[in-house]
Design a protein around this ligand. Structure first.
Ligand SMILES: NC(=O)C1=CN([C@@H]2O[C@H](COP(=O)(O)OP(=O)(O)OC[C@H]3O[C@@H](n4cnc5c(N)ncnc54)[C@H](OP(=O)(O)O)[C@@H]3O)[C@@H](O)[C@H]2O)C=CC1
Ligand SMILES: Cc1cn([C@H]2C[C@H](O)[C@@H](COP(=O)(O)OP(=O)(O)O[C@H]3O[C@@H](C)C(=O)[C@@H](O)[C@H]3O)O2)c(=O)[nH]c1=O
Ligand SMILES: [Mg+2]
Length: 293
């Protein structure tokens, strides 16, 4: 069995290099090795050359604010290239594995959304990720689309690491407390992906869209405090103590791209259909912090 992994250097791509290796022959590429999602012709040639049984796409345009003024690039990477991968997979019978986001939703209400909930992205990033999902659906290809949220990893850039840096450098830290969701580890996501690929190869009726997030919920302010408490307990020198992080409303943190307030995703479908358990978000965050601190 041959697997093609795109975006191998990102948070998720790095963990997928580990988690996918035991499944078969893994060809992992970055943008300089024929895996550039901004070049459809080269990408098509790469897929044809590799002739994979499974295409795993961990590459994406993830700079949420930058995307607002760079929509064409975000759309090419998050949608057009995904449509091409879907067409290639459809033509060859390969399984396509792709990742999407809580930002495809408008974030209204206070209940978790399941996979059938109406989408309504608020940002260019969210819109282009939704377009990617739609292009996969239009192809009618066998695919696993995993919508996740608030991804972190020991390797790469993420909110937890930003908080550790800012709390060590600055005198003051203000963090939004009215956006609710679940931080999800790239390591967990990669391990789940490997299980799901094996399941879907054995039974293609398992293909579909799944909410792949850690269990439980928090908000960015509580998450920041959680991270800083763990750091303080380990003796990390902080200028801003955990209890000094100021909770602010989203309206007090102006940014180019609007974020959904309710990012709660219902992960029960994935757990029941694949017989997997998605741990509470704190488990993976604490492990990541133990690793990096
Ligand atoms: N990060 C998050 O909080 C969340 C992410 N997701 C989704 O999960 C998936 C993985 O995200 P994550 O690992 O965190 O993202 P990262 O930003 O850590 O990694 C993105 C990867 O995409 C690559 N990439 C960007 N542009 C191109 C291109 N033109 N050609 C090839 N590769 C490219 C980057 O390569 P390079 O380093 O060369 O730029 C990088 O390896 C994505 O689909 C994302 O939308 C969903 C919810 C939350
Ligand atoms: C740095 C900082 C951020 N914030 C806010 C901004 C934002 O609402 C929230 C999180 O900040 P980030 O920049 O990490 O947010 P963002 O980049 O929007 O994170 C998102 O990335 C994409 C790729 C996804 O798919 C989403 O699931 C989500 O993880 O915290 C503060 O309130 N204070 C701060 O000092
Ligand atoms: Mg970000």
């Amino acid at each position: 069995m041959k697997l093609l992994l795109l975006g191998k250097t990102g948070q998720l791509g790095w963990e997928l290099q580990r988690a996918l290796a035991p499944l078969g022959t893994l060809v992992a590429l970055d943008r300089h090795e024929g895996g550039d999602l901004s070049d459809n012709d080269r990408l098509a040639a790469t897929v044809q050359r590799v002739a994979p049984d499974v295409i795993v796409n961990a590459a994406a345009y993830t700079a949420v604010d930058k995307a607002e003024s760079d929509a064409a690039a975000a759309r090419q990477i998050n949608a057009a290239a995904v449509g091409l991968l879907a067409a290639q997979a459809r033509a060859t019978g390969a399984l396509l594995v792709h990742y999407s986001t809580d930002y495809v939703f408008d974030g209204s209400g206070d209940q978790p959304r399941d996979e059938s909930a109406a989408t309504g992205p608020l940002s260019v990033y969210g819109r282009t990720k939704l377009e990617g999902e739609q292009l996969i659906a239009e192809q009618g290809v066998d695919a696993l689309v995993l919508r996740t949220s608030w991804v972190y990893a020991a390797r790469g850039g993420n909110f937890a690491k930003t908080m550790l840096r800012l709390a060590a450098e600055r005198e003051q830290l203000k963090v939004v407390a009215d956006q609710v969701g679940a931080p999800t580890g790239a390591d967990l996501l990669a391990d789940i992906s490997a299980h799901m690929i094996r399941g879907a190869l054995a039974d293609r009726s398992l293909c579909g869209t799944y909410h792949a997030v850690a269990s439980g919920e928090t908000n960015w302010h509580q998450y920041a405090q959680h991270v800083l408490r763990r750091a303080a307990a380990k003796g990390v020198a902080l200028k801003v103590q955990p209890d000094q992080v100021e909770a602010i409303p989203t309206s007090a943190y102006p940014v180019p791209a609007p974020r959904p307030l309710n990012s709660r995703l219902d992960n029960r479908r994935l757990q029941s259909r694949f017989g997997l358990v998605l741990p509470q978000w704190q488990t993976g965050v604490d492990r990541m912090l133990d690793e990096i601190l």
